[in-house]
Design a binder for this molecule. Structure first.
Ligand SMILES: C[S@@+](CC[C@H](N)C(=O)[O-])C[C@H]1O[C@@H](n2cnc3c(N)ncnc32)[C@H](O)[C@@H]1O
Length: 236
């Protein structure tokens, strides 16, 4: 299988192009489960009063919004390199009157525009698989976190129960790209999705990568039959 092209300009351009339909398709294609998955990630952070959280690959800021809604005194810095995703995220942040608690910044995961040791927790929702150099991004996250800070990463996986796996695989490979193409009007973004999930390391392999990039207490928890994995870890 040819690995998907993750050139940063291509990935940012793709997300900019699908940005207007991104939230709608997320909720539709996951039957609303995406909200639950984000809530599970925020729960896993066990945030303390006044925590400062980095949300890398923040996109339209849904995970940043879930974080501040969950932890009433937390603040989030959301980083993404797709300007149009960020613009739509900023509209949502403003309409929720949360500008004082969520700051959205344009930047690349390879060089996070946040100072060393300044964050109490970090999240990535469905973003790490798109990053050209995931190890480099994880080392960057470890840099900006204080020791002992928690990390929660959501990423798509593959169900382990055989019947569910077959059904889901058909949905993910055929129906999802079709619906995604019809609604987003983008020819390849929703075919890239299953291709990029297929090329991503297995949960066990990704857990090893986390352990090798500065994290301990690594756990990979399957959500909804393993359609999604929640990876949690602590900065050493
Ligand atoms: C599938 S979206 C996820 C958005 C959001 N976290 C969510 O839960 O819906 C992936 C996002 O990652 C961003 N992204 C991918 N690679 C990136 C990189 N190297 N640096 C910054 N952002 C990146 C894309 O621009 C896109 O907005």
């Amino acid at each position: 299988m040819i690995p998907p092209d993750k050139t940063p300009s291509r990935i940012a351009g793709m997300f900019d192009a699908i940005a207007p339909r991104y939230d709608l398709l997320n909720h539709l294609l996951s039957a609303g489960l995406d909200r639950r998955w984000r809530d599970a990630a925020v729960d896993a952070l066990a945030l303390r009063e006044g925590s400062r959280v980095l949300d890398l690959c923040t996109g339209t800021a849904d995970l940043a919004l879930a974080t501040v809604r969950h932890a009433s005194s937390a603040s989030v810095i959301g980083v993404d390199f797709a300007g149009e995703m960020l613009r739509l995220g900023a509209v949502k942040v403003r309409s929720a009157s949360l500008e004082s608690r969520i700051r959205l910044v344009r930047g690349d995961a390879a060089s996070i525009p946040v100072s060393t040791g300044s964050c109490d927790a970090a999240t990535i929702g469905f973003g790490i698989r798109n990053v050209a150099e995931p190890q480099r991004a994880l080392i960057e996250i470890a840099r900006v976190l204080r020791p002992g800070a928690r990390l929660a990463i959501l990423e798509f996986g593959q169900p382990r129960i055989p019947g569910v796996r077959t059904l889901y695989s058909w949905y993910f490979r055929y129906l999802l790209p079709l619906v995604g193409r019809m609604i987003s009007k983008h020819q390849s973004a929703y075919s890239y999705l299953p291709a990029s999930v297929g090329a991503f390391p297995s949960p066990a392999e990704f857990a090893k990568i986390l352990a090798a990039t500065g994290f301990s207490q690594v756990r990979a928890v399957p959500l909804t039959f393993g359609i999604v994995y929640l990876f949690t870890a602590e900065k050493r």
